[in-house]
Write a protein that binds this ligand. Structure first.
Ligand SMILES: O=C(O)c1cc(=O)[nH]c(=O)n1[C@@H]1O[C@H](COP(=O)(O)O)[C@@H](O)[C@H]1O
Length: 238
């Protein structure tokens, strides 16, 4: 999990995923399946990707009452994915039930998926958070607070931007995961993201993993783009 580059497979169907992965020559990857793809293809896409030896982050961002999230996680656990997430705003009870559900649903002999809490989405600015969520503290404080209650609930880490990763690490320790989307190369367009940084900054700030979507999936040469992100993330000059 640590030092992973996770590719966000934000595609409309498995056909698009297959043609994307063709360019990677069977390399074992860490792939994120999100709502768009999962709501179209369901569990079959997970089974296929697992058969191809990829690690999987199932990003469904659960946020509901504790009982519903716990039961949903029990079903998700049977899919055998490596990483799942919930919204930390759902609260400590909800997050604790998510982990209980995962534990109850993980088949014996299999490792339970790691569970992380989404703090403030990387598309959220401090101004919009304060105006729309009526959270009247600096954004970093809100993220740190969500991270603290996520740990208290027994989760394995958080989703945050690279800009908060260092402070979370300092407060909650190195083993508490910081999975960071909003990653762009200097020359990339930011699009709908707000709190963005390069893979180099993510590494310098001590992020556990980076999540990269469109800069790789929509690139002219996705494999080339993947190699570029990976080398900057790992600090290797190519
Ligand atoms: O949980 C996530 O993965 C997530 C949380 C967050 O705060 N921001 C965020 O961008 N993501 C996901 O990370 C990916 C980022 O994609 P790109 O902006 O295309 O690189 C998308 O699949 C988002 O759903």
């Amino acid at each position: 999990m640590n030092n992973s580059l996770i590719i966000a497979l934000d595609f409309a169907s498995k056909d698009e995923v297959h043609s994307f992965l063709k360019g990677f020559n069977g390399e074992s990857l860490f792939l994120k399946v999100g709502m768009e793809l999962f709501y179209k293809e369901g569990p079959s896409i997970i089974h296929e990707l697992k058969e191809q030896n990829h690690q999987i982050f199932l990003d469904l961002k659960l946020h509901d009452i504790p009982n519903t999230v716990g039961s949903a996680m029990k079903n998700i656990a049977g899919l055998g994915v490596d990483l799942v997430n919930v919204h930390a705003a759902g609260g400590i009870d909800m997050m604790a039930r998510a982990v209980e559900g995962l534990e109850a649903g993980t088949p014996s002999g299999m490792k339970r998926a790691k569970c992380i809490g989404v703090t403030q989405l990387t598309s959220t600015s401090e101004a919009s958070m304060q105006k729309e969520q009526l959270i009247k503290v600096p954004l970093q404080e809100s993220v740190l607070h969500y991270a603290t209650i996520t740990k208290e609930a027994g989760l394995d880490g958080v989703v945050c931007s690279t800009l908060e990763a260092g402070a979370i690490r300092d407060r909650l320790g190195e083993s508490f995961l910081t999975v960071t989307p909003g990653i762009r190369l200097k020359t990339d367009e930011v699009q709908d993201q707000v709190r963005v940084a390069t893979p180099k900054i993510a590494r310098e700030n001590g992020a556990s993993a980076i999540v990269v979507g469109r800069s790789i999936t929509r690139a002219e040469n996705p494999y080339e783009s993947y190699r570029l992100f990976k080398s900057e993330w790992e600090g290797i000059t190519i």
